[in-house]
Write a protein that binds this ligand. Structure first.
Ligand code: C2E
Ligand code: CA
Ligand code: CA
Length: 279
């Protein structure tokens, strides 16, 4: 038994080495990706459920590696977050997304809203608000056209700091959404204290609404909560018309998901959603 324990330990250690090695390789590759601009943004449309109107889009990063092809953010964002590379990547994402919405503004008027994912480390960086301010100034974008998607996770780190930063962002006039709402296991008390605009109901709840009455109850409760707090509410990861119809009947405000549109490159987004919306 002792011998076996030792083997298990060695195995575990070997696994750890492999994971560390893999991470180091990705970290190095990420450096090259930042330097050689191997990133691109895809955009997924967001719609008003009641009117069917396009209201905006979420920018989702893709890493196009010269040898490995497209690498999913689910794979590299957590590593970039750990190594701190998320700061450089995140700044590029904001700049690129703001540049793109300006292009769409010329065809569509200044009515669409661009949602950008902000990772906790990025949000907590001391010059974050300054960077947003600088980008808004450079692009002359209406602050109201920019929506920052943050997670409940920023609340646990230092609530006072987070509130202060959110207030500064609010003063700039940008929108704030809580991403993956309901999955963060945090207390709901922050909802009263944080100056936020929108809740994004996490996909796992949406997945269940056609089968599980418990999921319907949760989604219904989130929508009622949002309304009472005067927040907008969007459901993400909506894949079927059946889910869409339930969400409409529950008075959900907005929808994002494969059923209405997958994330696509900017050019395709223009053809599919911007040109189609012209009067
Ligand atoms: P997220 O912010 O929750 O984004 C939603 C994810 O669900 C996206 O995956 C999107 O492509 C996918 N999705 C949207 N609708 C559906 C649907 O109907 N069904 C299914 N199965 N999936 C759907 P993606 O693009 O792979 O991004 C994964 C995660 O990576 C994001 O989750 C976000 O946390 C992170 N991420 C993506 N881009 C960025 C970025 O620019 N910065 C940061 N910090 N994180 C990012
Ligand atoms: Ca998001
Ligand atoms: Ca999400």
């Amino acid at each position: 038994a002792k011998e076996q324990g030792k083997n298990q330990y060695q195995f575990f250690n070997g696994e750890m080495d492999r994971v560390v090695l893999q991470k180091t390789m990705i970290e190095t590759a990420l450096h090259e990706a930042i330097d050689n601009k191997q990133f691109t943004l895809f955009y997924q449309p967001q719609f008003d459920v009641q009117t069917g109107e396009l209201i905006g889009m979420e920018a989702l990063i893709r890493w196009i590696h010269p040898k490995l092809g497209v690498i999913s953010p689910a794979m590299f964002i957590p590593i970039a977050e750990e190594t701190g590379q998320i700061i450089a990547i995140g700044e590029w994402v904001i700049e690129e997304a703001c540049r793109q919405i300006q292009i769409w503004n010329e065809r569509h008027g200044r009515s669409l809203r661009m949602s950008v994912n902000i990772s906790p480390k990025q949000f907590l960086k001391e010059n974050f608000v300054e960077h947003i301010r600088a980008v808004l100034q450079q692009t002359q974008l209406l602050p109201d056209q920019l929506d920052l998607e943050i997670t409940e996770g920023v609340a646990v780190f230092n609530e006072q700091y987070t509130i202060q930063k959110l207030q500064q962002l609010k003063q700039l006039g940008v929108h704030i959404s809580i991403d993956d709402f309901g999955t963060g296991y945090s207390s709901l008390s922050y909802l009263r204290k944080f100056p936020i605009d929108r809740l994004k109901i996490a996909k796992p709840f949406i997945d269940g609404i056609t089968e599980e009455k418990e999921d319907v109850a949760v989604v219904k409760a989130i929508i009622v909560l949002a309304k009472n707090l005067k927040l907008r509410v969007i459901a993400e990861g909506v894949e079927t018309l059946q889910q869409l119809n339930i969400l409409r009947s529950l008075q959900c405000d907005e929808i994002q998901g494969y059923v209405l549109g997958k994330p696509v490159p900017a050019d395709l987004f223009t053809t599919l959603y911007i040109e189609n919306q012209l009067p």
